[in-house]
Every structure is written in structure tokens, then in C-alpha cells.
Design a protein around this ligand. Sequence first.
Ligand SMILES: *Cc1c(COP(=O)(O)O)cnc(C)c1O
Length: 462
Amino acid sequence: MAEKNELHLPDLIQQVVGAIEELKGTYGSFQPHESLRKSQSDASSVLKELTDRLENNFPYFHPHYAAQMLKAPHPVAVAAYLATMMLNPNNHSIDASPATTEMERDVLKQMAAMFEYPEEFLGHLTWSGTTANLEALWIARELEPTKRIAHSADAHYTHSRMSEVLGTTNVSIPTEADGRMSLDALEKELQTGSIGTVVATLGTTGLGAVDPLADIIALARQYGARVHVDTAYGGFFTLIAANHLSPETARHFTALKDADSIVVDPHKHGLQPYGSGAVFFKDLSIGKFYKHDSPYTYFISDDLHFGEIQLECSRAGASAAAIWATLKLFPLTEAGLGSVLIPTRNAAASWHEHLLSSEVLMPYQKPELDIITYLPRATSMSQLDHVSHEILIQAGQGPKADQIHLATYVVQEDQLKQRGINLTHDTKDARILRSVLMKPEHEALVPTLHSKVEALATRLLS
Ligand SMILES: *Cc1c(COP(=O)(O)O)cnc(C)c1O
């Protein structure tokens, strides 16, 4: 049994499943069709096999997993999702989801307010950051069909893929030594007059770098270009920017309110299960691009249905419910969800300090958010690649409770040089190490993580 008043997922699940079964009962009971009937023991043994097979996973939920952007959703999100999924509302239309459409409007308002967006905006949840960005790029193309889309070389790979899907031309802007988009290079492209929309990334997926949005917006306006912000990963750091990020980084988060569109993923730093993305547009008139008619959609109520302003058709009402419940416990304030993010940021800053004073490890660059990149002090690119990979493999071996899971990141010689790291250039590129410290528990674990990696590096470099 859980301690009194301590959150206990099995109890929450029992509560919601019981309540939804009771709710269903109020419509009068019926027998499921015989085609659907299976024995409890058969279903149970399938599920036993499922949970056994799930052992074949990395421990994404555990702070020893300090690798990719993966973590478990909050228990309240799990219970809310499950409860809602049992009814399976579809946030495509109000008639298919009266309760969860209202919840979605509510959470969108809260997120828009977090970005200091105007009260009147157009936006909705999506299945993912990729679909949310696709939608923003689609609107960019509809508004400026003959122009190009510019994003940094470190933008998420799906931007160039989505440009292919949309048939637009995109241009990749080089980054500076801090991983941020180069303003000089951007201005050169803007001067050609061929850029319709600039995509700024606040929190790049690889390095967690924050593009200089305030300056990008000023430049783009000067040349008549729009600005879309992909803050799928970093968006919720807005909550702690003023007091816990560098003033320069905070300045760019403040500029979000001036962007033409914004994407954020609640399934990254919003404690949600997949798939949960969101897109926001400031200009209400873009609603005209969504006009569609079909004989089978059923918009009975006159209110705006999400299906009228989104690319996707069906979408889980359960996602909206899960965010809604989560934000009740973790409001979008520094003291609310921000309190989950502060320790992740602290973890990155403190591991960075350890790396600076290490004799065998060094930082690749200073972290802006909670993603750190670091490397063994090798003498050649081939040694760097080999030792990084071996650290990753060996840290993940041994008894389960001792394993530490890291990720690698591929860098080119010029990117190392840009950061003052000069190695014998005997291979084209090399892997370094990368850790996304996105769990608040990482803060307390940094000394353990660092000393384990340091011990491995010491042995492998000698
Ligand atoms: C994760 C991520 C995406 C893609 O989002 P998905 O939800 O994985 O589809 C896009 N941009 C950035 C910056 C991301 O971190």
C-alpha cells in the first residue's frame, strides 16, 4: 500500500476505471456481441505476455536513463488518458467530444497565455510536433507559395522532410559555435528577397540551443518575412526563463509572443504520453486555408470544431483530457510545471561544471537548457569516436540497477574546431556523448553519472 496521501497509480487507475464503468452503466447495461467475447483468462495471458515483452526496453522512466528525449508521463496523465480513452471521444468535432473539446480549448488558452500570445488565436493540439510543424509550414506555403523557408542547420530533420512533402524549397542557415542560427548568414538569405518564412528553434533537439529569436524577428520584419517558432522541445522552459535561464536566452523566450506561429510538444516537457503536440497561429485570417466540406463529417453545433481548423481528422480527446488534468496539478507557472523544469536545468548546469574541471572529459559546448554534450579528451577524431562509443556501451552493461544509459551525437571536424577543440583529423566525423537531463531526479544524480562516465573515460583513454 502507498503511504497515506502519496500518489499511487494503481489506486488512481482503479478509481477512474470504476467511475467510467459506472457512467457507462447509467445508459442501461447491454451484453457485448458474442464476436467480441473472449475469456478473462485468455485476455489476461495475452497481457501477461505483453508486459513480459515490454522488458525489452531501456528504462526511460528511470533517472539512470540519461540519453534521448524520453521519459514516462505523469501518473495523473496516465489515469486521465485511460479514463477518457475508455469512452474514446474524437476531438475532430464537438459532437464527437463535447467534454474534451472544452478541455482542449482550456489547455490551449493556458499554453497561449504562457507564450503571452493574444487572447484571440487559432490553434489546436496535434498528434506530434512533426504534424504541428507540417501544419505551420503548410500555412507558410499557402501565404507565400513562391518563397522559400529558412531554418538553421540544426533544426529538426522533419523540417526539410516536410518541405519535400509540401513541395517548398528550404534553405539551411549555418549555426555559430553555440549552436544558434547565424544572424549574418540569415540576413544574407533575407536580402535575396526569396525567404517567406524563417523557422527559429528554441531548444534544438541535438544541443538544446536557443536560436536568437528576438533578433531573428527584427531581421525578418525588416525584410518582410514571417517567423515560425519550433519550440517542440523547449517551449515549457518559458516558465522558468526569467529566473533560471541566462538573460540572453530569456530574451529570446520573451520574443515568442511576437512570432507568427508556435509549435510545442506536451509529450516532451509537459509530462504527457505520446502523441501530444500543439500549434498556435496569431493571424486568425489563415483559418480560410482550412475550409473543407465532406458529406460524412457531422458539425452539428455552430461553435468552431477543431476539425474545421486542423489538417488531421480524428484526434484523441484523451490527449486533451490528460493535459487538462496534468495542468490542474502543474499549472503553467514557475511554481507549477516550472518546478519540474528547474531541476532539469540545474542538472545540466551542474554537470557542465563537473566537466570543466575533469581531466578526462570536457564539454562540447555550454548547455542553454537541460541537454548536455561532452566528450573524452582524446587526441584524434578516431580515438574520440571509439572512446565515446565504448563509454556508451560499457556504461549500459552490468546489473540492471547499475546501468547508466547515454546517447551519442555525431560532430564534424569543423564543428569541433569552431569550439576550440583541435584533434588529429583522421576520420570524417566522430561521435561525442549527449545526455538529455529531462527528469527532475537527474539533478541529485549528476555526481553519480559524472563519476561513472569519468571512470570509464580514464580507463579507455589510457
Ligand atoms: C521532437 C522535436 C520535433 C518533432 O516532434 P515529434 O513530436 O517527435 O514529431 C520537432 N522539433 C523539435 C525541436 C523537436 O525537439
